[in-house]
Design a protein around this ligand. Structure first.
Ligand code: ATR
Length: 278
C-alpha cells in the first residue's frame, strides 16, 4: 500500500513541500504520496489524529503549528528540543516522534550547496524568533569563531542566547553591531514585509556571504548585501534541504537535492516572500 505523508499548516496552499517530496519519491523509487492539509487554527491535533487514523506515516508541520506539534509529540529528538519546535512528525504504533530539520537544512545548504566552511567563521544571526532559534544549535555545532545574535528587541536575543546556556554568544541591537562577519544570516521576518533591518553597511567581511532564510524575490536584505559587494543566497536551498532531511527521517534514503533546487528556480520564483522553513 502507498505510504501517506502530508504537510499541515494554515495557510498551506502556497506550500512547495508536496512538489518537493513528489520529486524525491520519483527520484528514489519510494512508494509514497504527500499532500497538503489545511488544519483549522483551533484544530491542529484533531487534524493530525484523523490523518494517523487514515494511515498517515508522517507529516511536516509549518506555520503556525510548530509549537503545537512540539506539544503533540510523545518523543522529541534532541534537535527538536533545542529548536523548541517541531517541523517533522513520524507516526508509529507506540507514539509520535517530533523532530526538527530546519537547522540541518540550513547547514546542508551552506556547506554542501554553497561550499561554506563555517568552522572558524564570524557569524552574525539577525533575529531572535522561532526561525533564529531553529538554527542556532546547528550553527554553534559548526564551531564558528564567534556567533552574535542581533535583534530589534535586544532582550529577546538575550533570552535566546541564555536558553542555549552559552555566555560566548554575543547579543546586541542592530545599531550596536560591531565588527565584520563572514556569514550574515537573516532570520528576521523583515523580508516578509519587504523591509530591511537597520544594519550598518560595514558588517560584511571580504568574501562574506549574506543568507536570507526567505525566498521568492531578491529580498531587501540581499539587495543591501549586494550593494556592499557581498554575495547573497536566498532560502530556497534550505527549503529543499530541510525537506530532504525529513525524507531521510521517514524513508532512510537521501535524495539528490540539486535537480530539485534547480527545477524550483525555473520558471521564476512565485510572487511574494515565502519562508524557507517547511
Ligand atoms: P519567526 O518564527 O518567523 O521567527 P517570530 O517568532 O515572530 O517569527 O520572530 C520574528 C523575528 O523577526 C523577530 O526577531 C522580530 O524582531 P522582534 O523580536 O524585535 O519582534 C523580527 N522582525 C520582524 N519584523 C521585523 C522588521 N520589520 N525589522 C526587523 N526585525 C523584524
Amino acid at each position: 500500500m502507498t505510504d501517506r505523508y502530508a504537510v499541515f499548516g494554515h495557510p498551506i496552499a502556497h506550500s512547495k513541500s508536496p512538489l518537493i517530496h513528489a520529486a524525491f519519491a520519483r527520484q528514489t523509487g519510494q512508494d509514497m504520496r504527500y499532500e497538503a492539509i489545511l488544519a483549522p487554527l483551533d484544530g491542529f491535533a484533531g487534524s493530525v489524529r484523523a490523518f494517523i487514523d487514515a494511515g498517515g506515516r508522517g507529516a511536516n508541520v509549518t506555520v503556525p503549528f510548530k509549537e503545537e506539534a512540539y506539544a503533540l509529540a510523545t518523543t522529541l529528538t534532541a534537535r527538536a528540543r533545542r529548536a523548541g519546535a517541531v517541523n517533522t512528525l513520524s507516526f508509529a504504533a507506540d507514539g509520535i516522534t517530533g523532530d526538527n530539520t530546519d537547522g540541518a537544512g540550513l547547514l546542508a545548504d551552506l556547506t554542501r550547496n554553497l561550499h561554506r566552511s563555517l568552522a572558524g567563521e564570524r557569524i552574525l544571526l539577525l533575529g531572535a524568533g522561532g526561525a533564529a532559534r531553529g538554527v542556532i544549535g546547528p550553527l554553534l555545532d559548526a564551531q564558528p569563531a564567534t556567533l552574535v545574535i542581533a535583534n530589534r528587541t535586544v532582550a529577546r536575543a538575550r533570552a535566546l542566547a541564555d536558553s542555549f546556556g552559552r555566555d560566548d554568544v554575543g547579543v546586541c541591537g542592530f545599531d550596536a553591531i560591531e565588527g565584520e562577519f563572514d556569514l550574515v544570516v537573516n532570520a528576521t521576518a523583515a523580508s516578509l514585509a519587504g523591509e530591511l533591518p537597520p544594519l550598518p553597511p560595514s558588517i560584511f567581511a571580504p568574501g562574506a556571504l549574506a543568507y536570507d532564510m526567505m525566498y521568492g524575490h531578491t529580498t531587501p536584505f540581499l539587495e543591501f548585501a549586494r550593494a556592499q559587494g557581498c554575495a547573497g543566497a536566498d532560502g530556497l536551498g534550505m527549503l529543499v534541504e530541510q525537506a530532504a532531511e525529513a525524507f531521510f527521517v521517514w524513508r532512510g534514503v537521501r535524495p539528490d537535492t540539486r535537480p530539485v533546487i534547480a527545477s524550483l528556480r525555473e520558471p521564476p520564483p512565485a510572487a511574494g516572500w515565502q519562508e524557507a522553513r517547511t
